[in-house]
Design a protein around this ligand. Structure first.
Ligand SMILES: NC(=O)C1=CN([C@@H]2O[C@H](COP(=O)(O)OP(=O)(O)OC[C@H]3O[C@@H](n4cnc5c(N)ncnc54)[C@H](O)[C@@H]3O)[C@@H](O)[C@H]2O)C=CC1
Ligand SMILES: O=C(O)C(=O)CO
Length: 333
């Protein structure tokens, strides 16, 4: 069995993977050699950020399983892979703690006008401006999986009303006022002062938040995107901000990354942009390795894998999504 890695592992992570699959040959391809190595892999663990010739990989007929080190699968769930027998598992839910922190950073930054005060600080100016409150607002979360649920849990003590939509609207926690099916997105948008996008990018969510959807949001509402930039039609978002319909946007992700230099979003004082850092954490690589090792043991023992994705839908059923710490989870022993 040949396992090809493409995420920023250190030697001790490779030792950990070797211990989980003692008979395997492990190859750390990195981004530099991933395209060359993938046709010769039985298992791929990682996230290729460079173009991969997936047709060549599929035609080689060797790859059996992709364990994505990203929650989003847009890097590997490509048309060539979807109809094959290749099993795909994701890192859904694994980064929920840090994505929640990132969401709160953007949310509070917008409400408390941090961009305005920070610009004034750079000019040594002490200027008071009105700020806004989270308390009493309605927050709508689009995509109630690992990240959406963790964000809702963080919001629960904040005296807000929480609405959510999901493809599988099941197991609503008590602090969520309503968990609706995905087709009730218009209702959620119309009722929310703050909309947080936490859904996957796939063929049905590409460009989902367009001019019509943005127009449903109340005047002076806010949009936060910690999912994928291409879920939003960015030109329509720019328009909604320029017209004053939306009061602000917090974007960890943009339609194109890096955001093009000429984008009007750069200059808008009501917009906070972070460079797709929501999953960053000192623990990220270790957590990804723990999940990969747990799934490797399951794979070898024929047990169900965590985060197994329905490739035609592009995400996992909530029962199979990893929502905790491997070390604390009795199901992982
Ligand atoms: N900013 C960043 O650095 C990060 C971004 N992400 C993005 O966030 C997405 C979500 O991540 P997780 O919560 O870990 O994944 P997840 O798979 O646990 O959650 C996604 C949820 O969205 C639901 N969903 C699918 N289509 C929907 C629709 N049309 N409307 C509403 N809900 C829908 C699914 O049923 C699922 O419950 C990822 O696909 C990825 O693109 C994830 C991690 C870090
Ligand atoms: O895990 C993901 O999908 C991310 O975007 C992290 O980079």
């Amino acid at each position: 069995m040949r396992i090809v890695l493409c995420y920023p592992v250190e030697p001790h992570h490779i030792d950990q993977i070797q211990a989980a699959a003692p008979d395997a040959e492990i190859v750390d391809a990195g981004q530099e050699r991933i395209d060359e190595e993938l046709p010769n892999a039985d298992i791929f663990i990682g996230h290729a950020k460079v173009p991969v010739d997936w047709k060549r990989v599929v035609d080689a007929g060797r790859l059996k399983w992709i364990q994505s080190s990203a929650a989003g699968l847009d890097h590997c769930l490509v048309p060539e892979v979807i109809p094959t027998d290749i099993v795909v598992t994701s890192a859904a839910g694994l980064f929920a703690p840090q994505v929640t922190e990132q969401t709160f950073a953007l949310l509070y930054g917008l409400l408390r006008r941090i961009p305005t005060f920070f610009r004034a600080q750079a000019k040594r100016e002490f200027i008071r401006r009105p700020t806004d409150d989270l308390r009493g607002k309605t927050v709508g979360i689009v995509g109630f999986g690992g990240n959406g649920r963790a964000i809702a849990k963080g919001l629960a003590p904040m005296d807000v009303r929480i609405l959510a939509t999901d493809y599988y609207p099941v197991d609503a926690p008590s602090y969520v006022d309503a968990l609706w099916s995905a087709d009730r997105l218009p209702d959620l948008l119309a009722a929310s002062d703050i909309v947080i996008l936490a859904l996957p990018l796939n063929s049905s969510t590409l460009g989902l938040i367009n001019r019509e959807m943005l127009a449903l949001m109340p005047k002076d509402s806010y949009l936060i995107n910690v999912a994928r930039g291409q879920v939003v039609v960015e030109a329509d978002l720019v328009q909604a901000l320029q017209s004053g319909h939306l009061q602000g946007a917090g974007l960890d992700v943009t339609e194109r990354e890096p955001l093009p230099e000429q984008s009007p979003l750069w200059e808008m004082p009501q917009v906070m942009i972070t460079p797709h850092v929501g999953a960053q954490s000192a623990r990220r690589v270790s957590d990804s390795t723990d999940l990969a090792c747990e799934n490797l043991r399951r794979y070898q023992n024929g047990r169900p894998l965590w985060n197994r994705v329905d490739k035609t839908l592009g995400f996992a059923h909530p029962n199979g999504v990893f929502r905790g710490n491997i070390a604390d989870d009795p199901a992982c022993s």
